[in-house]
Design a protein around this ligand. Structure first.
Ligand SMILES: Nc1ncnc2c1ncn2[C@@H]1O[C@H](COP(=O)(O)OP(=O)(O)O)[C@@H](O)[C@H]1O
Ligand SMILES: [Mg+2]
Length: 258
């Protein structure tokens, strides 16, 4: 086996024996072990309630382990949550939960302003982030006038403006129409090409599977399968996840962007 280039081998996120129990006693995750390397593109699939959102929230210290550890760039999420939140940007499933500004520009500026950057640096970051998601022309619009796909891209811009090393997206295609899905997919892939480490959860792998290097399947709070999509996607049915059409016919998955 040939050695991979070092950036790809850097274990940016290391999850060891992660167990999470919610205050009411519900088990969210149990004994999860995963390593995500810098620059990778990982899809986390699983039926509703399998633990995808709970797992993502551990990556940026929104939830902390009941047992086990999560390390981001070597730092334990328990010890330094603020450091962790700058490294891992989490885009929530419902973009309305993330929208806070009166205009697209203000909304995107909210994160960097909280990092206490000066006005000029905030402006630079907002401009770069809005350009990255192709929303520069809408900078002065109120967010509620945006389409579903645009709102999701705005939520991504707000996270990008914080310059995280990892972009974690929870069900980024939910409640989007076909053009919206393509818009978001195109932007996410472009960010990955620029070097971001991307982790995406979905209960419907069809839309993104053609682009993933690795598929992690969650079931009842545990990792049920983990590997290259073409090796495990055909067996997804038993984990409550719809098998992408192409895999049923033994073909390669096609991109939704073709
Ligand atoms: N705040 C909470 N309190 C109690 N149980 C929760 C809470 N959030 C999620 N759960 C439970 O944890 C499990 C995993 O949920 P979740 O991570 O949201 O799954 P997914 O994102 O895969 O749909 C489910 O059984 C869910 O009901
Ligand atoms: Mg979820």
């Amino acid at each position: 086996m040939t050695a991979m280039k070092s950036p790809l081998l850097h274990p940016l996120i290391e999850i060891r024996d992660l167990t999470h129990r919610f205050p009411d006693g519900t088990p969210g995750l149990s004994h999860v072990n995963l390593t995500f390397h810098e620059g990778s593109f990982v899809v986390i699939a699983g039926a509703n309630g399998s633990g995808k959102t709970t797992l993502l929230k551990h990556l940026n210290a929104l939830l902390l382990p009941t047992h086990g550890t999560v390390r981001v760039d070597g730092e334990d999420t328990r010890k330094n949550p603020l450091f962790i939140r700058q490294k891992v940007g989490l885009v929530f499933q419902n973009p309305d939960q993330q929208i806070v500004g009166e205009t697209v520009y203000d909304d995107t500026a909210f994160g960097p302003e909280n990092l206490m950057l000066d006005r000029r640096r905030v402006r630079e970051r907002v401009r770069t982030a809005l350009r990255a998601v192709s929303l520069s022309e809408k900078a002065e619009q109120p967010p509620h006038l945006l389409s579903g796909g645009e709102k999701r891209r705005l939520a991504i811009a707000g996270i990008l403006a914080m310059k995280p090393r990892v972009l974690a997206l929870d069900e980024p295609f939910s409640s989007l129409d076909y053009p919206g899905i393509r818009e978001v997919l195109r932007q996410v892939l472009a960010l990955h090409r620029l070097g971001a480490t991307v982790i995406v959860t979905t209960h419907d792998v069809e839309k993104i599977i053609a682009h993933a290097e690795r598929l992690v399947v969650m079931q009842k709070g545990t990792v049920a399968a983990d590997g290259p999509p073409d090796q495990i996607a055909s067996g997804l049915e038993r984990f409550g996840v719809r098998v992408p059409c192409a895999f049923r016919w033994g073909r390669r998955a096609e991109s939704w962007l073709d």
